[in-house]
Ligand binder design. Structure first.
Ligand code: SF4
Length: 299
């Protein structure tokens, strides 16, 4: 496998694939529990998983072997591994293999890549299942980093940007409970849908929810805001917003309560590549380093 591999490997049925990740800021080794096709409880219009067919089925032993091989290859080439990440073609917690695969990943990470973090990227729907809620709680206690999607603050925008059949109120209730017992990184996609950015009431509701959980629980590690930077099968339904538009949308996060009640809170704005305020001289650099940190938003 090449360290330059991208998500296309995942769509050809790879169980394990190295990818340079803007979200982790380095090389991430992805674990894909759905090599045969996408399976998700959300239907986000910006989702970058293209329809594909593969005869590959998930095999725990093949995953373990591929993970060890990829770690050895990257280490042999002197490439530092930022994280090992459950992501892939859908929502990892929907797989019956997830608990066993998580155990295997813990064991292999501890033995072969002890400096790498173990990460789960999830849309949170697994939290509605008590067994999964408890499993994730225990895993978080053992160091699993949980990156939880929260794209909306209102039911209306949630139906637009995530298009899930799961009631928004049930999902946010479980997120509230989970953040009280386990550290979580929230991830929020901000993009336009069908030409419209998130409405103002949406931005205020999102802020109120994040402020509430950062006040009632000390487990909110980080909030990552990111823009649409990759192509998606439903393009142009979802589209990147200009950075200025994103900052305007987020201006309400500059509130005292937000900063005062969450001392470890860090806001990271990931680059939308369509930034009209970037000078041509800076733009190429920013594209190869897509994290933009706006200290003004949390100082
Ligand atoms: S939750 Fe993730 S995998 Fe599922 S549809 Fe949305 S972007 Fe795609």
């Amino acid at each position: 496998m090449s360290a330059n591999a991208d998500n296309s490997q995942r769509e050809k049925g790879a169980l394990v694939y190295p990818v340079y990740s803007r979200r982790s800021g380095g090389l991430s080794i992805g674990i894909n529990l759905f090599p045969g096709g996408k399976l998700c409880s959300f239907d986000c219009p910006y989702c970058e998983v293209f329809p594909f067919t593969s005869a590959q089925t998930f095999s725990l032993s093949l995953m373990e072997e591929a993970l060890s091989q990829t770690i050895a290859e990257m280490s042999g080439r002197g490439i530092s591994i930022k994280d090992i990440c459950f992501s892939g073609n859908g929502e990892p917690t929907l797989s019956e293999e997830f608990p066993a695969a998580l155990e295997a990943a813990f064991r292999i990470r501890d033995m072969e890549a002890a400096d790498a973090e173990l990460v789960l990227i999830t849309n949170g729907s697994g939290l509605l299942d008590k067994g999964l809620f408890d499993l994730l709680h225990r895993a978080a206690d053992r160091g699993l980093r949980i990156w939880l999607k929260l794209d909306a603050g209102t039911h209306s925008w949630y139906k637009t940007i995530d298009r899930s059949a799961i009631p928004f109120a049930r999902l946010t209730e479980k997120i509230r409970l989970f953040v009280k017992c386990a550290p979580v990184t929230l991830q929020t996609m901000i993009c336009s849908i069908n030409g419209s950015p998130p409405p103002d009431d949406e931005a205020r509701a999102w802020e109120a929810f994040v402020a509430e959980i950062s006040t009632s629980a000390k487990n909110l590690r980080e909030v990552q805001i990111y823009g649409k930077a990759r192509s998606a099968p439903e393009d142009p339904l979802a589209a990147a917003l200009y950075i200025v538009a994103i900052v305007r949308t987020l201006s309400s996060v500059k509130t005292e309560s937000f900063v005062n009640n969450s001392k470890s809170f860090v806001l990271v704005l990931l680059n939308s590549y369509a930034d009209p305020i970037m000078s041509p001289a800076i733009a190429p650099k920013m594209q190869s380093f897509p994290f933009i940190i706006f200290p003004a938003l949390y100082s």
